[in-house]
Design a protein around this ligand. Structure first.
Ligand SMILES: CC(=O)SCCNC(=O)CCNC(=O)[C@H](O)C(C)(C)COP(=O)(O)OP(=O)(O)OC[C@H]1O[C@@H](n2cnc3c(N)ncnc32)[C@H](O)[C@@H]1OP(=O)(O)O
Ligand SMILES: N[C@@H](CCO)C(=O)O
Length: 337
């Protein structure tokens, strides 16, 4: 979808033109009440069936045979929507480091424009984890009557000092790579590799590393498994992402505060009318369970569910069997459609 006039961002700057890439799966039913809208996290994309398999896909809880699933790539990303490498205007240069600050609310403005374009008056379920949960919360506050159900995982009402510090450490790694400042599509790759390796420490847990990366050779002095894992994960992101989007999206995450201009986070959450399920992960050090307890306390009538997992923050992507069980329990009373 194209917005030729673009969007006036929360900062006051105009981003124009704006393109929003999205995928839909399944079919909108005649009653138009089977829409599930997924807000994706930091480095994912609109193809939710590829990165949330086990929850979205044939035979999964959200089976495209039953549901009309919509997922839009977020502004600032590199998977089709307007971002630092796409000027949006074929004649202009990409903006690279000059890409403007996009807030979570700006991302939501893009989702809202797409919802209106698609003519979806009601969304049965709005779901997202992490940065996706931040968008979902903002949207449910902004348009309280649109969403029947809201499911947020491993997310928060306001990005924490700890989360911002992690993001800053990652940006420092990218800024220390001189190629980032050259402004080319491959700029900052070595920095982003280090940034992803740093981020991973906040996405997994001590126990997960202990289980998957333990050494079997007690005499080893170098070349540890945990080291090559960090290298591999950094390389894997470099192969599919770019440093300018990484910096832009981490800055977006830092801006997240549902209470901005609304008195407080608690007052803002009280606007939500959707029936809400808030899910936490016991080993999540980046978005710890206290943050989800806060959400559940302040969203009217919300249900809180704690997942026990050793996977840390990334548990929201990995623990699909547990999430399915929680959804089955959550939807039973209201049955569905
Ligand atoms: C275009 C696309 O790729 S779609 C985008 C995919 N990603 C997203 O959308 C973002 C959301 N997804 C994610 O963040 C992740 O995929 C997760 C959290 C769901 C799972 O993370 P993964 O990295 O797949 O799992 P895990 O931590 O177990 O690591 C497995 C990988 O590490 C490798 N690995 C494990 N131990 C080691 C080691 N000691 N040394 C080197 N490599 C290792 C494995 O071989 C495997 O590599 P592969 O992914 O290249 O096959
Ligand atoms: N590992 C995920 C989640 C971060 O919140 C990603 O790369 O998008």
């Amino acid at each position: 979808m194209n917005l030729p006039a673009g969007l006036v961002l929360e900062s006051g700057a105009t981003l124009a033109p704006v393109q929003i890439a999205y995928h839909t799966f399944g079919t909108l039913n005649p009653a138009r009440d089977n829409v599930v809208w997924v807000c994706h996290a930091l480095t994912a994309n609109a193809d939710v069936l590829s990165w949330w398999a086990g929850l979205f896909g044939p035979g999964d809880y959200f089976d495209p045979a039953d549901w009309f699933i919509v997922c839009a790539n977020i502004l600032g990303s590199c998977y089709g929507s307007t971002g630092p490498l796409t000027s949006g205007d074929a004649t202009a240069e990409p903006l690279y480091q000059q890409f403007p600050l996009v807030t979570i609310r700006d991302m939501v403005a893009a989702h809202e424009a797409l919802r209106q374009e698609l003519g979806l008056e009601r969304i049965h379920t709005l779901i997202g984890g992490s940065l996706g949960g931040q968008q979902a919360l903002e949207w449910a506050i902004l348009r309280p009557t649109v969403f029947t159900n809201l499911v947020v995982l491993a997310t928060n009402a306001q990005h924490s000092p700890w989360g911002i510090a992690f993001n800053e450490a990652q940006r420092l790694a990218i800024f220390a790579d001189p190629t980032y400042h050259e402004g080319t599509p491959a700029g900052g790759q070595r920095g982003m590799k280090a940034a992803r390796a740093t981020a991973l420490l906040s996405y997994r847990s001590y126990d997960a590393y202990g289980r998957t990366q333990a050494e079997t050779d007690p005499d080893r002095l170098d070349g540890f498994r945990a080291s090559s894992y960090q290298q591999h994960q950094g390389d894997k992101l470099v192969a599919r992402f770019n440093a300018y989007s990484y910096v832009a999206l981490s800055r977006t995450m830092d801006t997240h505060h549902v209470g901005r201009g609304r008195g407080s986070a608690a007052l803002a959450l009280a606007f939500i009318k959707a029936r809400t399920l808030v899910i936490s992960i016991s080993s999540d050090v980046l978005f710890p369970p206290d943050e989800q307890l806060f959400l559940a306390r302040h969203i009217p009538g919300a249900t809180y569910a704690a997942m026990d997992s050793e996977y840390g923050h990334d548990g929201f992507l990995i623990e699909t069997a547990q999430i399915t069980q929680l959804l089955e329990k959550f939807y039973v009373p209201s049955l569905v459609h």
